[in-house]
Design a protein. Structure first.
Lengths: 334, 401
């Protein structure tokens, strides 16, 4: 039995157990809840989890319990962290499996995959996967994974064993993340409140909610401060506004993940689209040009300028404001 | 004058407009759209019909200058809002349009003019005016035999080398249509492709256009029979070596030193490319980069990426008329595509039309006809060509003959 949540066998097994959210609160469920707690904690602190197969029941049941807890907390950054950690575990375990086993798992998610034996330049390709499935979950922005850099014959991409494991890993990441993000209004039993607050504490200690000091402390220009606040309130801001805030943050040193995380709060958030766009703006895709935020003039044209403060009058671009205010702050500190 | 053209369009749609029911799969799940003859600046969208005869009834009452359908399938195609439509999937489509491909003959028949500073020039229109930087550029482009040959060549390579060989798409699932203007639309109706998202489609586009190829992966050199781009690059290097061997001293994109190097190492390179030997060869990286770039330029197909990556695209309806040319969006059999002559094969008009030329027309080769017309000329032309000139506003139809 695989410790892989989307494999039909595992799903059937869990379904057969037929437990409810109420059961989770019961004493006899304690080992499962503790294991779920440990899994989440490992994800937060180590960025990876490990299977514990001494009690398979506990191990398999602790997965849906973890999902319930995370769906209750609904911090999508944490969801993403957990999904990555679990996916990584699955990827590692798969790499150690026999080819036939990996093939079975890939087929269980309806992928069109075949065992082949193809040697190109001393490299052994053991699988051929249809390009539609290959393209359904490619690991992001690595030229090695671009279709153009892959042997493609008659609709099938030739891949190695570890590549198929990696593709399934990526599938797992999306699957687990979407499970948490799409599970609505979870009501956990009272007995779990202790665990939930411990998880939240650990998480926010390791990853403070925001870089509050940066944008609250007056180093952000008024326009960007306003946009940050709107996003945090979960408002649906315009395309141009998204472009402006994303390019601004990327240019002052936020990384792609941080910007994507910020956008998780907008109502129509779609990770793949956002990722694509943010990576594009960061110059990781397409034209390889890192975009600058719109000039103050253009910000005004698009109705994104909430009115100027004295420092605004010295600059022509929101970035200029940030650089100037950072310089002033440094001076003050000295 | 305009009413004469409208009458022609109306008669076409009334008497000649038919399609095989299977041409557009899932007819009910598509969105239809048209630009009315009487309001050429307007696009009427979000139309839905349960079958072709219903659509036909509608367009006989509202004669279209252009007629479109969605490559996408929707739950509720008539919904006005994209979110409410309920996207179910989309055909994979490709657009090959000479507008996006530089051809030599454009210097002879295409012109552009900047709407802001009136600068003008010949050939492919620039994206921005070289004089004032404005992007408001008016262009005048014409169909010509040579341009069309380029589009035909690209279409054949797209279908045969990429879609069939590399992507394994069945020929019977591929339909090629003349776009009605300067190119071809290639429709792939394969259930497996329906749910591909934008990112996946972009990967397919990048593959076909040769974007993002990683040069380092071609060192040591690949063998001729390797699949995908690896084999293509090997074949390209082989072809360049043959050119050098035949005494070519100039090869686009390569320096004199490159050519000398290739010539001196030709034997070991050929051995490395050959499938039957174990030879291996590492090329100096800058030279390899220039070689790969050159080969990609030659072997990639210049498709319009916006059409393929847009999963909610409207595309011309088969057998409809293109309002700028009067030519029919015509299904073309690949086995005879090289013989394709739009003014003969993409028209329903068999007659001639007497036309008075009112504005300058560049010298053009259209089908078997060489045109050299000046304002004031009154000539009798094949009806398809006369209609084309009239729709371009360069002539007035005098009478049907």
């Amino acid at each position: 039995m695989q410790n892989i949540p989307f494999v039909p066998k595992a799903q059937e097994y869990i379904a057969e157990k037929g437990f409810t959210l109420e059961d989770i609160g019961k004493e006899y469920f304690k080992p499962v809840v503790n294991r779920a707690y440990q899994r989440i904690l490992d994800a937060i602190l180590k960025g990876s989890t490990k299977s514990r197969l001494d009690d398979l029941d506990v191990e398999l049941l602790s997965y849906p319990v973890s999902i319930a807890i995370l769906a209750f907390i609904k911090d999508l950054r944490l969801a993403s962290r957990f999904a990555i950690a679990e996916a990584r575990r699955i990827g590692l375990e798969l790499r150690r499996e026999h080819e036939n086993k990996i093939l079975e798992i890939a087929r269980s998610i309806s992928w069109d995959v075949h065992l082949v034996n193809y040697v190109i330049r001393d490299e052994l390709y053991t699988f051929a996967i249809h390009f539609k499935d290959y393209l359904s979950a490619p690991p992001p922005n690595d030229p090695f994974w671009k279709l153009i850099n892959r042997p493609l014959i008659n609709g099938y991409v030739l891949i190695r064993k570890q590549d198929l494991a990696r593709l399934i890993e990526e599938y797992a990441r999306h699957y687990i993340y979407n499970k948490i993000a799409s599970t609505e209004s979870v009501r956990l039993p009272e007995t779990l409140s202790d665990i939930v607050s411990k998880i939240a504490d650990t998480w926010y200690k390791k990853y403070p909610r925001e870089r509050e000091e940066a944008y609250g402390g007056g180093v952000f220009p008024p326009c960007m401060r306003k946009l940050m606040e709107e996003i945090k309130r979960g408002q649906n801001i315009s395309h141009m506004a998204r472009f402006a805030i994303a390019t601004f943050l990327l240019n002052i040193g936020y990384d792609v993940e941080e910007v994507i995380d910020l956008f998780r709060r907008v109502p129509d958030f779609n990770e793949r689209i956002t990722r694509y766009q943010v990576e594009h703006l960061a110059g990781l895709r397409g034209s390889k040009i890192k975009y600058l935020p719109p000039s103050c003039k253009n910000m005004k044209t698009f109705g994104l300028c909430p009115g100027e403060d004295p420092l605004c009058l010295k600059v022509r671009n929101p970035l200029g404001y940030y650089r100037l205010s950072m310089r002033r702050r440094k001076k003050d500190e000295q | 004058m305009n009413s004469k053209i409208k009458q022609l369009f109306f008669e076409y749609y009334r008497d000649n407009f038919t399609i095989d029911e299977t041409v557009i799969g899932s007819f009910r799940q598509r969105e239809y759209a048209l630009v009315p003859f009487d309001a050429p600046d307007k696009m009427v969208r979000h139309l839905a019909f349960s079958e072709f005869s219903e659509l036909k009834k509608y367009i006989l009452r509202n004669v279209p200058l252009h007629l479109y359908y969605s490559t996408a399938y929707y739950n509720t195609p008539q919904a006005r809002n994209m979110d409410e439509k309920g996207w179910l999937g989309a055909d994979l489509v490709f657009d090959i349009d000479v507008d996006h491909i530089p051809t030599k003959c454009k210097e002879e028949h295409d012109t552009w003019r900047c709407l802001d500073c009136n600068a003008e020039g010949k050939g492919m229109p620039p994206e921005k005016c070289p004089k004032c930087g404005s992007s408001r550029i008016d262009k005048e482009v014409w169909v010509c035999n040579k341009c069309l040959m380029v589009a035909i060549d690209e279409t054949l390579r797209l279908v045969e080398e990429f879609l069939c060989d590399d992507f394994g798409i069945n020929r019977k699932d591929i339909a090629v249509y003349f776009s009605g203007h300067r190119g071809f639309h290639i429709h792939v109706e394969d259930k497996r492709m329906l749910r591909l998202d934008q990112d996946a489609r972009r990967e397919i586009v990048d593959y076909i256009k040769g974007n993002g190829i990683k040069v380092e992966l071609f060192n040591p050199l690949p063998k001729l029979s390797e699949p995908g781009w690896r084999g293509t690059i090997a074949q390209g290097i082989y072809e360049i070596l043959s050119m050098i061997n035949e005494g070519n001293e100039f090869i686009e994109g390569l320096t004199e030193r490159d050519i000398k190097y290739l010539y001196e190492h030709r034997e070991s390179i050929i051995k490395a490319l050959d499938d039957n030997t174990i030879g291996s060869f590492r090329m100096p990286k800058p030279l390899l980069r220039r070689l790969v770039e050159q080969i990609v330029n030659r072997k990639a197909v210049n498709i319009d990426e916006r059409v393929t990556t847009d999963i909610k695209r409207l595309i011309r309806f088969p057998e409809s008329l293109h309002g700028k040319t009067g030519l029919k969006v015509t299904k073309v059999d690949l086995s005879v595509i090289t013989e394709f002559d739009p003014f003969n094969d993409a028209t329903w008009l068999q007659t001639s039309i007497k036309i008075k030329v009112i504005e300058r027309i560049p010298k053009l080769e259209l089908g078997s006809l060489k045109l050299d017309l000046s304002p004031g000329d009154i000539v009798i032309l094949p009806a398809s060509i006369a209609l084309y000139i009239a729709l371009r506003g360069k002539g007035e139809m005098v009478e049907l003959i």
